[in-house]
Design a protein around this ligand. Structure first.
Ligand SMILES: Nc1ncnc2c1ncn2[C@@H]1O[C@H](COP(=O)(O)OP(=O)(O)O)[C@@H](O)[C@H]1O
Ligand SMILES: [Mg+2]
Length: 257
């Protein structure tokens, strides 16, 4: 289970992305980037953040710590911004929090160097979870204390939006022409050899156990939350073994850059 804290103060919205995450202070005195169940994409985005964030961390990639943040909608009453007020009012219960990395800067592929090994590990991971949000336009990578950190895994695992087609969808290739790390000669073969054997049923059970029940309950087609947890694990397990052979756009083409 993720650590549970409660929001004590809404500090400010982070207006960069579309989902209006907010900076909040919690009752453990931590500062978190908070993502709301009441935001446009709803709770599946938060499930994706937990599955991918916790999986990446266990593979040795850097991901800021995740917690659940309990929210009392009363916190929204004092908000002058109508949009923020609505968001807080519609997000009672557990939301997602991510450790805020103070003074982190957005990764710029033209300003930083990344080794072929690290690029390969991140590209392979993004291919595994089918992350469509790591392009050079919008890398969702932060530089902090000289190292790369992965954030924003909400737009991954597209198959969880249509479970009956999950198997077919998960068999599809992954195109890296636009990936922020494609220019760094990612060593995908080395990453696959190292990481694929580590994606086991046990590891995925451990990762999916971190998803709060409240974000899984009542999913059409599933009788229990654990059945849904296993549905998250299956495509990832199948994909891990083969995805390195299905990565497209490695031939030096850099998309429409
Ligand atoms: N853990 C963090 N530490 C510092 N800044 C962050 C963190 N997470 C997000 N941010 C900042 O907030 C922005 C929006 O967060 P992100 O997770 O990408 O949400 P969105 O879904 O809105 O794109 C990021 O581009 C980054 O500038
Ligand atoms: Mg983002």
């Amino acid at each position: 289970m993720l650590k549970e804290v409660n929001a004590s103060r809404y500090i400010t919205p982070l207006r960069e992305g579309g989902s209006l995450p907010g900076l909040v202070e919690a009752d453990d005195l931590g500062t978190y980037v908070m993502k709301f169940t009441g935001a446009g994409q709803g709770r599946k985005t938060l499930v994706a953040e937990v599955v991918c964030g916790e999986l990446a961390r266990r593979l040795g990639l850097r991901v800021p710590g995740l917690v659940t943040i309990g929210l009392d909608p009363v916190l929204g009453l004092g908000e002058p911004d109508q949009e923020v007020q609505e968001l807080l009012k519609s997000s009672g219960g557990p939301n997602l929090g991510m450790d805020f990395l103070p003074r982190a800067i957005g990764f710029d592929p033209l300003a930083f160097e990344v080794s072929a090994r690290e690029a390969g590990r991140i590209v392979w991971f993004d291919a595994l979870v089918n992350n469509v949000d790591r392009s050079w336009r919008n890398p969702n990578l932060l530089m902090w204390h000289g190292e790369l950190w992965l954030i924003d895994h909400g737009a991954t695992m597209i198959w969880h939006h249509h479970w009956p087609g999950a198997e077919t969808s998960a068999a599809k290739p992954y195109d890296i022409s636009d990936h922020a790390l494609a220019p760094f000669g990612p060593d995908i073969a080395a990453a696959a050899a190292e990481l694929a054997p580590r994606i086991t049923e046990d590891l995925l059970a451990e990762v999916t156990a971190e998803i709060p029940d409240a974000w899984l309950a009542g999913e059409p087609g599933f009788d229990t939350v654990d059945e849904l947890r296993r549905a998250y694990a299956r495509p990832l397990l199948a994909r891990a073994a083969v995805i390195h052979e299905r990565i497209k756009g490695i031939d030096g083409s850099e998309g429409d850059r």
